[in-house]
Design a protein around this ligand. Structure first.
Ligand code: NAD
Length: 431
């Protein structure tokens, strides 16, 4: 059954969620307070890169199921169910800045004139649902009944459309039975298991998941250090581990560690949440420590290899925090490039999708048209993001155009034997 849905916050989560809801037949209005973003979307433009999204937006706008607005009140009035998908960024002390969620909650409350379901999709600390419900009661002058639901989002940037259309599970946290049938209706077309919990548990599931995934990454990175010291190959070790069904291969990747807008902030947030509740979660602090160490260890490898980087030209391939996205938030490439620049290196860089966004974060970088243009005359090449197109590079050509055939692979993308055969001095992580 088609539901009228409003999504507030038209970013990576809100835009993709709204579009996928429209794709399965719901009528969706996506609201954002960034007038440039709304105007761009209304003109048919897409503010982010996500595989498959462009076409899906166009199709659903044309079908009249998806539209964009800058007006929360309009969105709330037009909808039965209102989703909150605004940022929950970290504050300096690691806690979550809840001011965006609080602000839109007040605006929703002010606009409500009849029963609504208000769904929080942003990643929030446990007990936020209670706060949202209280805020709506306080700021809705007509004291209209509302159900607040927690529905955390598990999409991955880079495969967000795929993840939303084919989710592993849907988590719905509720305080009563009343909103459950409608929430199940909304998600029924996605044919995924639906788990109904209380609101606190639903909120906790999201932080528990992201922390566990970060744990797997940090575990692989800690292993990589031991593998290097012990003459083992971390890729073989995690392959051998990952075939064990109890463990699983995904997220056991050694490299430069996790970045992006979610894992770093969500781990900090979970540490802070636990502390606020009087519980120590020191395992999470260790995950953070291992992650921060990966970039430092990699930089040491670069400096050990090149001795002095001053006046050397270094090519950086891949800037986004991971492949298939243009998201530069907390991308490891930023810390690496800034460190090398501080030591006096000249940086030439290439990324298939993230260069426009990278320009907002970096200065004095020569952005190149492709990987070969970046590598030309470079004293070393550093791989920061494992985009698929880099797997296809012609190694012979690459070596012939570089000033020195040195490759430092932060993502274990290349095969060490092939690199050696192609004449490169090659270093990677944990092998
Ligand atoms: P984003 O920054 O890409 O998008 C947020 C949008 O909200 C922006 O377009 C911003 O303009 C808009 N916004 C801010 N204040 C607003 C207001 N008062 N009214 C209307 N719009 C407003 O953020 P995101 O990556 O989509 O993340 C949103 C939430 O989802 C966060 O809590 C995040 O932790 C969570 N999340 C993100 C991902 C991810 O991969 N990006 C995955 C799962 C969950």
């Amino acid at each position: 059954m088609s539901t009228r849905i409003c999504i507030i916050g038209t970013g990576y989560v809100g835009l993709v969620t709204g579009t996928c809801f429209a794709e399965v037949g719901h009528r969706v209005i996506c609201v954002d307070n960034d007038p440039h973003k709304v105007a761009l979307l209304q003109r048919g433009g897409i503010p982010i890169y996500e595989p498959g999204l462009d076409e899906l937006v166009q199709r659903n706008v044309a079908a009249g199921r998806l539209r964009f607005s800058g007006d929360i009140a309009e969105g709330v009035r037009a909808s039965e169910v209102v989703f909150i998908a605004v940022p929950t960024p970290p504050r300096a002390d690691g806690s979550v800045d809840m001011s965006y969620v609080e602000k839109v909650t007040r605006e929703i409350a002010a606009a409500i004139t009849e029963y609504k379901i208000v769904v929080d999709k942003s990643t929030v600390p446990v007990k936020t649902g209670e706060r949202v419900a209280e805020t709506i009661r306080r700021y809705n002058k007509d004291k209209i009944e509302v159900d607040v639901v927690s529905n955390p989002e598990f999409l991955r940037e880079g495969s967000a459309v795929q993840d939303l259309m084919h989710p592993d599970r849907i988590v719905i946290g509720v305080a009563s039975e009343r909103p459950v049938a409608k929430m199940k209706d909304i998600y029924e077309p996605f044919r995924a298991p639906i788990i109904v919990t209380d609101i606190n548990s639903a909120e906790m599931i999201k932080h528990a998941c992201n922390s566990f995934l970060a744990l797997k990454i940090s575990y692989a990175n800690a292993l990589a250090v031991i593998c290097e010291a012990g003459g083992a190959n971390v890729e073989d070790v995690v392959h051998g581990m990952g075939l064990d069904k109890r463990i699983g291969r995904s997220f056991l990747n050694a490299g430069l560690g996790y970045g992006g807008s979610c894992f770093p902030k969500d781990i900090s947030a979970f540490i802070h949440i636990a502390e606020q509740l009087g519980c120590e979660f020191n395992l999470l602090k260790e995950i953070q420590r291992i992650n921060a160490g990966q970039i430092q260890r990699f930089l040491k490898k670069v400096y050990d290899t090149l001795w002095i980087v001053k006046d050397k030209t270094i090519a950086v391939l891949g800037l986004a925090f991971k492949p298939n996205t243009d998201d530069m938030r907390l991308a490891p490439s930023l810390e690496i490039i800034r460190s090398l620049q501080k030591e006096g290196a000249r940086i030439k860089a290439y990324d298939p999708k993230a260069m426009d966004k990278a320009k907002e974060h970096l200065t004095n970088v020569e952005f190149c048209a492709d990987a070969y243009a970046a590598a030309k005359d470079a004293d070393a090449l550093i791989l920061c993001t494992e985009w698929n197109e880099f797997r296809q590079l012609d190694l012979e050509k690459l070596r012939s155009i570089m000033a020195q055939p040195i490759v430092l692979d932060g993502r274990n993308l290349f095969d060490p034997a092939k690199m050696k055969e192609a004449g490169f001095a090659y270093k990677s992580v944990g092998r």
